[in-house]
Design a binder for this molecule. Structure first.
Ligand SMILES: Nc1nc2c(c(=O)[nH]1)N[C@H]1C(S)=C(S)[C@@H](COP(=O)(O)O)O[C@H]1N2
Ligand SMILES: [Mo]
Length: 203
């Protein structure tokens, strides 16, 4: 029996619902670090998030303003396309839906783009960021998000592969049309459902 089968067996033995682990994934207790380029650092007050695109009124907010908004604490599984999954991660943040509603989302905005530091982007259908569990997060496991994991603020879209959750989020954009983000331009799937194993174009 290979590593993946043994891991899947252990997941079942641990009492987890086996279907929580998507096909082709293994469960890890660690929190792997994965990104291209450098980890940005911000002076206090330097970070900001721009809400823009097909909205009535674009706005920019800083960390203090984000933390002052109604928040959600969510426990969720995450799945990376490089095949690790982690269960029961705990995040705190603000619903993407609420930020877009504050800006006045226009009805023709059917797509979404998350913009991160250094030009990293991830595209999503608008319906996928309207979900209860689509968050702009600033806490992991009860503390500020470590810079290597995207702090001060990252996007969290837990139902899709984790590349759809940009670290060091700097902008959220409402759009009329879809366009591939960073990894999507490099062959990753436009949608990226881990339970359908939508890893690459053509999957
Ligand atoms: N800005 C930025 N966000 C990113 C990435 C990146 O390279 N740059 N990598 C993505 C990928 S592929 C994964 S698996 C997760 C990894 O998050 P972690 O390092 O906190 O585990 O971040 C995603 N968000
Ligand atoms: Mo990933």
């Amino acid at each position: 029996m290979g590593f993946f089968d043994r891991n899947r067996e252990k997941v079942a033995e641990s009492g987890y619902e086996p279907s929580r682990l998507p096909p082709g994934q293994y469960l890890t207790e660690r929190f792997p670090i994965l990104h291209v380029g450098e980890v940005p650092t911000y002076a206090p007050g330097e970070w900001s998030l721009r809400v823009f695109g097909l909205v009535e009124k674009e706005f920019t907010l800083d960390l203090e303003q984000l933390r002052a908004l109604p928040s959600v604490t969510l426990t969720t599984d995450i799945h990376c396309v490089t095949k690790w999954s982690k269960f029961d991660t705990v995040w705190k943040g603000v619903r993407v839906r609420d930020l877009l509603a504050t800006a006045g989302l226009k009805p023709e905005a059917q797509f979404f783009m998350g913009h991160a530091e250094y030009g990293y982007t991830a595209n999503l259908p608008m319906v996928d960021v309207m979900r209860d569990d689509a968050l702009v997060v600033y806490e992991y496991d009860g503390a500020e998000i470590d810079p290597i994991h995207g702090g001060p603020v990252r996007l969290l879209i837990p139902h899709l592969y984790f590349w759809k959750s940009p670290k060091w989020l700097r902008g959220i954009e409402a759009r009329a049309t879809d366009a591939p983000g960073f990894w999507e331009q490099n062959g990753y799937h436009m949608y990226g459902d881990p339970f359908q194993e939508q890893r690459f174009w053509g999957d």
